[in-house]
Design a protein. Structure first.
Length: 118
């Protein structure tokens, strides 16, 4: 998936927003918490949260490594387009979104849910 496809997919999720941070990273957030970080530079690089089970499996694959500073929170970095298929990437993004969404306060989750149903 190219950057614009990832951007469109992430922003299609309820309550998702985007923000440029750290000069060259595009963050996708829900409720103010990031669920995907992607590089705006020429390198292919996406970071996302995953379950503890998926974390162990993913980091055994070529071109997937624990995310610096965030590995203890089960974040990985996909370092090449060959790391996962487009379908797998979409599944991982949805999973990351769901994991982060679940940590939001109940009031924030309800607001996002009601906004999505409008």
């Amino acid at each position: 998936m190219d950057l614009e496809s990832i951007r469109s997919f992430c922003l299609s999720l309820p309550g998702a927003t985007e923000q440029i941070q750290w000069e060259s990273d595009l963050l996708f957030k829900v409720g103010g918490k990031m669920f995907v970080v992607t590089g705006l530079d020429a390198r292919f690089r996406h970071s996302l949260k995953c379950t503890a089970e998926n974390f162990g499996e993913l980091v055994e694959r070529e071109d997937i490594v624990p995310a610096p500073y965030l590995a203890k929170h089960t974040w990985v970095v996909l370092r090449s387009e060959k790391a996962v298929t487009t379908n797998e990437l979409k599944i991982l993004i949805r999973e990351s979104y769901a994991l982060v969404f679940a940590t939001l306060p109940k009031k924030a989750r309800l607001a996002i849910d009601s906004e999505a149903q409008s």
